[in-house]
Each structure stands twice: as C-alpha cells, then as structure tokens.
Design a protein around this ligand. Structure first.
Ligand code: AOF
Ligand code: ZN
Length: 367
C-alpha cells in the first residue's frame, strides 16, 4: 500500500505528540508512536506513546500496551526508526513484530550505530510492510539536536538574536534597552525550556547580569544548564548566575589553569567547570560542542552577545537561527547585530515566520 494523505495526517499527529517531551528525555530523543486500526471502516488511534521523561521506556512499548490486542493487524506510526538493540528493554522493532502490527510508517531513520537500518530490517524480515521517510524533514527538524549529536558528534546550535528595527542589538555604553515585547519573551523562555544548554559569553554576564532561566508558569523546573564562555574566569561570585547555581546549574567553560581561589569560591557556590581548550585566548568552540555531546547534551541555545554569535557563525557552527525583530530603532551609539533578516548568511534558508505582538520572529536552518 502506498503512502496516503491519511498516513501523513497520522504522522503529523505523531510528530506533535513527540514535542510533548522535547528537552525532557535526557540524551534520548523524544519520539512518538501511534497505533492505528481499522474499526468498522474508520481509522482509529488505539494506542499512543511518547518517549518517557528521562528517556525510558521508549515510545513503542507504551503505545502497544495501550493498544493491547487491538495492535494485531494495525499500522504503527513512528517518528524515528524503531530501535534494534537490546538496552534495558528488548528492541522496539521486535515489540512491534510480537504485537502483530502489519504495517509500520516511519519518519526519520535512526543514525545510532546500533539501529541505523537494522530496525527496518527486523520489521521487513518479519513480513511487515514498511514505509519510511514520511514527513521526514519535519521530524528531522524536531530531532535536530539528536541527529547532529549522533551524526556530527557535536551539540546542535541554535543562535537566538533580538534585533531592533534598525539592525542594532544594544547600546555601546551598555545601558539596557528593551528590543522585543512580552509575548516574544514568553516564546524565548519556551525555547529555553526545550534546550539542554543556554550559552552566553562572559561579556553578556558582566554587562547584563542575566538569569537565563525559563520563567514561564509551571515550566520553571525546566530551566536548562547555563553555560558561560569565560576563558579568563571573570564570573563574579555576586552575579545572578553564580548566586542561583544551586537551583539551576551553571557551568563555566574556562582555560585549565585559572585562578585557583576564584575557582574554589565559585565551586563552593555550586558552579561547575568544563576545562576547555583555548585558541588565541578564546574557548575553542568545536571542541566545546564535542565535549557537550559526549556528556549527552544535544541542544545549545546561544543567547549572546554579538561577539559570541559572530564566532559561532564564523566557524560555521550554527544549525538554526531564531531572529526576533522589534518595532523600534535603537538610537545613539549602538552595537550592530551580527545579522538581520536582510543579511542572513547564504548557507541558511527561511523555514518559518511568526508575529508576536509588535515583533517578528524569523526562523532559519541550514540550507
Ligand atoms: C525507539 N523509541 O522512543 C526512542 C528511541 O539507551 P537506550 O537503550 O534507551 O537507547 C537509546 C537509543 O534509543 C537512542 O540512541 C536512539 O537510538 C533510540 N531512541 N528508540 O525505538 C524511542 N527514544
Ligand atoms: Zn526502542
């Protein structure tokens, strides 16, 4: 049976379900499964599952448990190829076979060496009809962090920039200016909640003293690790970051041999350190992203400032750009944004545009 419009609709629903646990499944990707069966001429969802918080159980056994006997003869919609390896649970591909599913529609292929194609092979060898690649692009966008970590062995980078109407990101004298409104702020906090790490340079910390937490009602607990690029270890003990390190983790990427006293005091405040390589006095970014990936962290949201954004762009380490453009100009002596909607680097393509109050949010990804 070929892929039908109905298949695409169920897959779209599965992709939406997978978003429920995005950013909450540890090093495992958040994927979803729907079990759909013909009942009296209608296609009915009889089981649904999304990778559990923390990463296990996987989506498939949960959906199959809900479907029970109704899984026999059903179609399973999976946003990622079902796993083929024996982890703490038997392979999901085998679970689908054993439950008597007769057709599997899948979106993205799993690049995990233990799976990659083997999940599909287990299904086909058991006589199950497999359609792969359905809405693969959408699924791959959501799974971007996981796929980049597995394929490129580094964390996936989203660069977030808030730019004034005249293409500025702030005042040169450091005075605080508000570029975007309340609605955008909520949106940014939601994106924070889905990220594993928020990254800023020490300049931003010294200038703005930011919190970098998610402050949306009921999502406070989903604030990710806050990581500061600080080769010279200048993070003040009195900064909001250091002062809240016990509630929400703060990591400092710094050169190995730094002021032992400052380090000891920050450690006592709950700050953690990543001993990092430096190039010309700056933290080496590719190595840092590899280090994060090796720790099971997939997604990094780069939030400032201009110099840090510029470094990630110059080293071709940006996978996604979120550009917020406010309605007003910043006058006087101001800092030009590394990019605006007019000057997005050629390696990127626009994937979405939204309006939040008076602000516009443009989203780009690698072409
Ligand atoms: C699935 N369904 O819901 C997810 C999958 O450490 P383990 O045993 O949990 O395996 C982690 C791997 O499982 C991960 O790298 C990816 O290949 C796969 N994730 N697979 O069948 C799921 N989350
Ligand atoms: Zn599995």
């Amino acid at each position: 049976m070929a892929v039908s419009p109905l298949d695409r609709r169920f897959m779209a629903a599965a992709i939406r379900l997978a978003r429920w646990h995005e950013g909450r499944t540890g090093s495992n990707p958040s994927v979803a499964t729907l079990i759909v069966r013909e009942i009296e001429g209608d296609s009915v969802i009889v089981g649904r599952g999304v990778t559990a918080i923390g990463g296990r159980p996987h989506a498939e056994p949960q959906a199959l448990a809900e479907a029970g006997k109704l899984a026999r003869g059903a179609t399973a919609y999976v946003t990622l190829e079902p796993c083929a390896h024996h982890g703490r649970t038997p392979p999901c591909a085998e679970a689908l076979v054993n439950a008597g599913v007769t057709r599997v529609v899948a979106a993205a292929t799993d690049p995990d060496d233990r799976v990659s194609g083997r999940g599909y092979a287990i299904l086909r060898d058991a006589g199950i009809e497999v359609e792969q690649g359905v809405l693969a692009e959408t699924a791959a966008r959501d799974l971007g962090g996981y796929l980049t970590r597995r394929i490129s062995n580094r964390a996936h980078v989203t660069l977030k920039l808030a730019v004034s109407r005249n293409g500025m990101i702030g005042r040169r004298d450091g005075a605080q200016v508000s570029i975007t409104g309340e609605i955008s702020r909520g949106q940014v906090h939601a994106i924070r909640a889905q990220s594993d790490v928020i990254l800023v340079g020490i300049g931003t910390v010294l200038n703005d003293d930011p919190d970098l937490t998610c402050r949306l009602p009921r999502l406070e607990a989903r604030s990710p690790i806050r990581l500061v690029l600080d080769a010279g270890l200048r993070l003040p003990l009195g900064s909001r970051l250091a002062a809240s390190a016990r509630q929400t983790p703060v990591w400092v990427a710094t050169a190995a041999a730094q002021d032992i006293e400052a380090r000891t005091r920050l450690t006592a405040a709950g700050v953690d350190f990543i001993a990092s390589e430096t190039h010309d006095g700056r933290i080496a970014l590719p190595e840092l992203l590899e280090d994060l990936a090796a720790r099971g962290l997939s997604t990094v949201l780069v939030e400032g400032g201009a110099e840090v954004a510029q470094s990630f762009l110059a080293e071709d380490l940006v996978d996604r750009i979120i550009l917020l453009t406010g309605p007003d100009d910043i006058d006087g002596d101001s800092v030009a944004a590394p990019l605006t909607s007019q000057t997005v680097p050629s390696g990127f393509r626009a994937v979405a545009t939204s309006t939040y109050g008076a602000d516009r949010m443009d989203e780009y990804e690698r072409a």
